[in-house]
Design a protein around this ligand. Structure first.
Ligand SMILES: *[C@@H]1O[C@H](CO)[C@@H](O)[C@H](O)[C@H]1NC(C)=O
Ligand SMILES: *[C@@H]1O[C@H](CO)[C@@H](O)[C@H](O)[C@H]1NC(C)=O
Ligand SMILES: *[C@@H]1O[C@H](CO)[C@@H](O)[C@H](O)[C@H]1NC(C)=O
Length: 286
């Protein structure tokens, strides 16, 4: 019992000392890891630190729980590489602050950790992590479908935007006349194939739109509806539909000889708007 209490005190003291000393030596450990890279890219992972005069013992890089690179200034060779599937370290470019991975593949997506340790007498250790996705650029563009080709003020425009398959899922964003559509007009429809596929399999995303059409929907008689699919900074593609006021057809002259060709089928409160254009645009590697 006494021993246990003693141990607890030791542990407490140890943590206390570490907390205090952590602020003395080895400061500002920080990693720079790209959020996303394309399959086949060469990627540089950076780990910066301030030793504050402490001697460096090791810099270790892990992916998940597995170490794949170690820098040891006091040993020869200075660097060690531990094989890990999909990870190809370019030793000629790796330094105490950087590790360069060649030809990255989707399976190297994951959490990376840099662990810096100083040598005796203090043996400080600090860890920083970051997540990297390695992606295949989605093939194709988003597809936008709207329920009808013609609308009136007071109606609800219903539509879906379906992304090309990707892992991770793309972000879909709707715009009306270049303004982002309010979340309250959107709903997500899950990919029916998602349940049967594996965790890291490409997924389709569907975003549903229910937009109430009012006088503000149309500007200069037109409304531009866009759905933009994006995947980090690597892929950006959009589908667009333009609706335009349908010119009322002149009423056929009546037998009474009315020549009022300017009044149409619809009163001002029941203007009709129809789809006039649909197109897609693709920008990759933006
Ligand atoms: C959008 O998707 C939902 C669910 O799959 C479907 O019920 C609806 O008819 C679709 N709407 C359009 C305009 O395609
Ligand atoms: C978006 O929705 C919120 C809550 O429903 C509302 O307060 C806000 O005014 C809406 N914004 C626009 C631009 O319609
Ligand atoms: C989606 O958008 C969010 C918010 O802007 C961003 O944090 C996230 O990285 C984006 N995801 C992808 C896959 O582009």
């Amino acid at each position: 019992m006494a021993l246990e209490v003693h141990n607890r005190k030791c542990i407490l003291l140890f943590f206390l000392l570490r907390t205090i000393s952590d602020t003395i030596g080895l400061k500002d450990v920080a990693v720079t890891i790209p959020q996303a890279a394309t399959v086949g890219d060469t990627v540089t992972l950076q780990c910066r630190y301030n030793l504050e005069g402490e001697p460096l013992y090791t810099v270790k890089w892990y992916k998940g729980q597995s170490e794949f690179y170690r820098f040891l200034p006091k040993e020869l060779p200075n660097t060690q590489v531990f094989p890990l599937p999909g990870i190809d370290v370019d030793l000629s470019k790796s330094t105490p602050n950087e590790v360069v991975l060649r030809n990255v593949q989707p399976e190297v997506s994951g959490r990376y950790r840099c662990e810096v340790s100083t040598d005796s007498p203090n043996f400080f250790t600090n860890i920083e992590t970051g997540y990297m996705y390695v992606i295949n650029i989605p093939k194709g563009e988003p597809q936008m479908k709207i329920e009808k080709d013609s609308y009136e003020i007071g109606y609800t425009l219903r539509g879906n935007c379906t992304s090309p398959p990707s892992y991770p899922a793309v972000n879909l964003t709707w715009y009306i006349n270049k303004k982002k559509v309010n979340e309250s007009s959107l709903f997500y429809i899950s990919d029916p194939s998602a349940a049967v596929e594996g965790r890291r399999m490409p997924k389709i995303t569907v975003s549903g739109l229910e937009l109430d059409i009012d006088g503000n929907t149309f500007q200069g008689g037109k409304a531009r509806l866009q759905c933009v699919a994006s995947l980090f900074h690597l892929y950006n593609s959009e589908a667009e539909i333009i609706l335009e006021e349908e010119r009322p057809r002149p009423r056929p002259s009546s037998v009474l000889g009315t020549r009022d060709a300017t009044s149409g089928h619809y009163g001002p409160s029941s203007l009709r708007f129809g789809v006039i254009q649909r197109f897609v645009r693709k920008k990759t590697h933006i």
